[in-house]
Design a protein around this ligand. Structure first.
Ligand code: GLA
Length: 735
């Protein structure tokens, strides 16, 4: 999978359908990027480094060295010495100087994949992947840089990360350290990214790549609702099924930048890493900094193939724990049912009704602790409010368990309300700039998790609640972004470490939680979907996708999310109507069908909804049990996109052996005087015959067609009466 050719000094990394090549140039040992694309048979394309083109040729003259630096395809570019495109690495020495240039020192190729200290990362066995480490140095700075590349044997994925060490005698500061870079020729690319806001996360955006720098980023302290740590450069003609895609996704949950820069020579530099804004990390002699992992996917088979590579990687090589490949309990969450206005009796009434309908877990959301009657106070006071939870938490959990249901609970461990016992005792525990009034958001501050005593105190409060009763699920929320970056405990020249130390501490806390409570189902959340990223998926197998649970708004949100992340990870619930975010009324059936594409659950007061809706719950529960294995583990295909056609949405999942499939069709607005729609299915076995069943349509009967017909001629989807209507089509291969 990974080879090194000694004679021409070329590394060749192969995945099933892609090749990545790196070359070492000249006696100065520049590390150059040769090629990334369709799989090559030979490692002989090092002419792509263009080292023989005027005006400078390495090793022969020094006159135009600067122009060489400014066009050479660096594998990991540094700044300040002549490459004027944006660098991946910036350092400032103790003397205050910037500028670096890396040269190759040695390399190592090993089976498997080393873990990244303190960080989430994909993993794989000796049989599943191979790792190349290239060691480089800048002897003037006294810096060693290790570039890591892992190629996966069965998936078209290469992962990258970087470790920078101080190998000198004096400290220096890292002011930028990205994780991945590809320098290549621009081919009239489009740039695809995911953009959003609260309640409308991860909408797909595609635009023409122009000269100069274009990027998406977050310096909000989390990956964010607004931009997503993902970027793809694609051919103008790339569609779901065809065309080249170069994609990068970041296994990190904090500040990021994902960028493409088109240079004067029509080269493009695509890069991804921690956002350099307010980042400054001091490295004492002997210390190292480990940058997070970036995942790269190349395919010439369009977005479906890109999605399939990400899904396979994350399902098999990122998500962990008891629920990794398991059906999750169907939950009912009381947030939209009661907001802060609940007590033991109200929760038990909901649980009683829910359990009779087949719902499997009650989740008690925000408002059960301290004096939390509204969102103005009490974050940090993680003790049960026994006026509300009268009889105590254990009693409530036991009563819920007696109904045959599991019990889950909400926390927001990273936060502190100014009006809380915790803040009154430790005002310096909030992130703040000394002397400057902090900017409140939802009346709260963020805890300074760079301090171990803060992490330990909060973790112990959370753990003690979890130990006090049979709690089997935690929703870990994070409801504001970071401002006023300052820590009372870090020295002046380490304040620039706070953003990243904060993220490392979140990882440490969640790592501890899943280790101490191995049976716990953890669901991350951040004001909806502001921290839905590959970093968090290492700790929690599912993440609340968006606070907007309206079935129609969810089409675009779930489409963008599912472009990268398996359906098993998408927190999706049937919620109340009129919808609490947009006021829209959609049929209960449609809400159920859209939520079935995710983890599935309810977010409403089941004792108050109309009888006709309540009656549908047992049927929806049965569908979840019937189809969830397929939805969770199957291959996902996008058939049509409401965000593009403004009429209907359609996606499909296919079991790995291709013997079963489920198609979801959502007709958004009805069209008068319109006939049926022809839908071409995907991913089936052309040689198998399938029984096609339009679920819920008693008149349609079951018809049988070959996979070949279903994929080439398609099926006819009748026009449905009314707006916001949905249908499931179930296909099973006949024996
Ligand atoms: C966030 C979450 C919601 C809910 C509230 C509680 O907004 O996304 O689901 O838990 O917090 O305050």
């Amino acid at each position: 999978m990974i080879t090194y050719q000694e004679d021409n000094r070329v590394f060749k990394l192969d995945t099933p359908n892609s090749t990545y090549m790196i070359g070492i140039v000249d006696d100065e040992n520049f590390v150059g990027h040769i090629y990334y694309g369709k799989r090559l048979q030979e490692a002989e394309a090092s002419y792509l480094l263009r080292t023989q083109e005027a005006p400078y040729t390495p090793g022969r003259n020094n006159r135009e060295r600067c122009s060489f630096y400014d066009c050479f395809p660096f594998e990991y570019p540094t700044g300040g010495t002549g490459d004027f495109r944006e660098s991946c690495l910036s350092v400032r020495t103790a003397g205050g100087h910037v500028g670096a240039m890396l040269s190759y020192v040695s390399h190592e190729i090993t089976g498997g994949k080393p873990a990244l200290e303190g960080l989430p990362a994909t993993f794989g066995t000796l049989e599943e992947c191979e790792t190349l480490k290239i060691v480089c140095e800048d002897k003037y700075v006294g810096m060693q840089v290790e570039l890591f590349y892992t190629a996966f044997r069965d998936i078209d994925v290469i992962t990258r990360s970087v470790r920078v060490s101080n190998a000198g005698q004096e400290h220096f500061y890292l002011t930028k350290v990205y994780s991945a870079c590809i320098d290549m020729d621009n081919r009239d690319f489009d740039m695809v990214s995911l953009h959003g806001s609260w309640a409308r996360e991860r909408h797909i955006q595609r635009k023409t790549l122009g000269y100069g720098i274009q990027n998406v980023s977050s310096f909000r302290g989390e990956s964010s609702h607004q931009d997503h740590p993902f970027l793809a450069l694609v051919d103008k003609n790339t569609t779901q099924e065809h065309g080249e895609v170069y994609a990068m996704n970041f296994v990190y949950s904090g500040n990021f930048r994902a960028q493409a820069e088109v240079s004067q020579f029509d080269y493009v530099r695509m890069s991804m890493g921690i956002h350099p804004e307010n980042f400054c990390w001091k490295l004492e002699p002997g210390e190292s900094f480990q940058a997070p992992e970036a995942v790269m996917v190349y395919t010439d088979k369009g977005f479906d193939a890109m999605t399939s590579a990400f899904h396979k990687l994350y399902r098999k090589h990122l998500i962990r724990g008891k629920y990794k490949n398991k059906k999750r309990p169907i939950l009912i969450n009381n947030w939209e049912a009661t907001y802060f206005n609940f007590n033991t009796d109200k929760l038990l009434a909901i649980a009683k009704e829910a359990s009779a309908l087949g719902i499997e877990m009650l989740v008690m959301d925000d408002g059960w602790f301290g004096r939390r009657e509204n969102d103005d106070c009490a974050l940090g006071d993680w003790q049960v409010n026994e006026e509300k939870i009268n009889g105590g938490l254990k009693n409530l959990v036991d009563e819920v368990n007696k109904l045959g249901m599991k019990f889950g609970i909400w926390f927001e461990p990273e936060m502190i309300s100014p009006d809380s016992e915790l803040y009154r005792a430790h005002p310096d525990w909030a992130i703040a700039i000394p002397g400057r009034p902090g900017t409140e958001s939802r009346h709260q501050y963020v805890l300074d998790l760079s301090r171990q005593e803060v992490v330990d105190c909060v973790y112990n409060m959370v753990a003690s609640v979890l130990k006090s009763a049979n709690i089997e699920y935690v929703k870990w929320d994070m409801n504001r972004q970071l401002t006023d970056i300052g820590s009372a405990s870090l020295p002046a020249d380490r304040q620039g470490e706070l953003y990243h130390r904060y993220v490392l501490a979140v990882y440490e806390m969640q790592g501890r939680l899943v280790k101490d409570f191995p049976d716990l189902l953890l669901e991350n959340c951040s004001g909806g979907g502001a921290r839905f990223d590959a970093g968090m998926l290492y700790y929690s197998p599912q993440i609340w996708c968006s606070d907007d649970a309206d079935a129609i708004e969810r089409l675009e949100i779930q489409e963008g999310t599912a472009m990268l992340y398996p359906l098993s990870t998408m927190g999706a619930h049937v919620s109340d109507c009129p919808n609490h975010t947009v006021g829209r009324v959609t049929p209960f059936e449609t809400r159920g069908i859209v939520a079935l594409a995710g983890t599935f659950g309810y977010e409403l007061d089941v004792t108050k909804i109309p009888e006709a809706d309540r009656e549908q719950i047992p049927e929806q529960v049965a569908m979840y049990h019937q189809y969830n294995d397929l939805v969770r583990e199957g291959d996902y295909y996008r058939i049509a996109s409401y965000s593009k056609n403004h009429k209907f949405d359609c996606w499909q999942v296919v079991r790995e052996d291709k013997k079963e499939s489920l198609v979801t069709f959502v007709q958004v607005m009805n069209r008068p005087n319109f006939k049926s729609r022809r839908i071409l299915l995907k991913g089936l076995d052309e040689n198998l015959r399938y029984d096609v069943h339009f679920v819920g349509d008693k008149d349609a009967g079951v018809k049988s067609y070959s996979g070949d017909t279903l994929m080439k001629a398609g099926i006819l989807m009748p026009n449905l009466w009314g707006d916001f209507r949905a249908r499931l089509i179930h296909l099973v291969a006949a024996d």
